[in-house]
Ligand binder design. Sequence first.
Ligand code: ZN
Length: 168
Amino acid sequence: MEYLLHLSGRNHNYKSMNKKHIEFMKLAIKEAKKAGQKAEVPVGAVLVAKSGEILSLSHNQVITLADPTAHAEISALRQAAQKVLNYRLLGTTLYVTIEPCVMCMGAIIHARVARLVFGAADLKWGAAGSLFNLAADRRLNHQMEIVMGVLDGECREIIQDFFKSKRT
Ligand code: ZN
């Protein structure tokens, strides 16, 4: 699969951006807000099949489940894999509000997700271009398309508001 990197700051013309990306990212944002309501860091994810069918919707629940692996992306992959009874999620697109971390990128690669669409970059943990770029590492036998910056302002704001409210 060809690796395409849409550099942050260059692909911010939403009118020309795939309408589907915005539609699904809005669902991921809804999920992120659910996490925030549970005092979890607000990150949401949606996994979509090639047909356009939504396979799973999830949000970060590490505190609720006392599980360090309960990131939105991991939960989305788990639910979808159970649904299709296959650990490989070929042809799928994962929408996530924040750039996935190292753990999640590992799982995304294992699942053979075809495309990753994320909102805001995560300079501290991001493994899809910020801190690491596992999606472009030719030593791994799976490369995926990456689209970044979809509704990134909104995605970032949810996180920033969350931490701001925690401080006050
Ligand atoms: Zn993660």
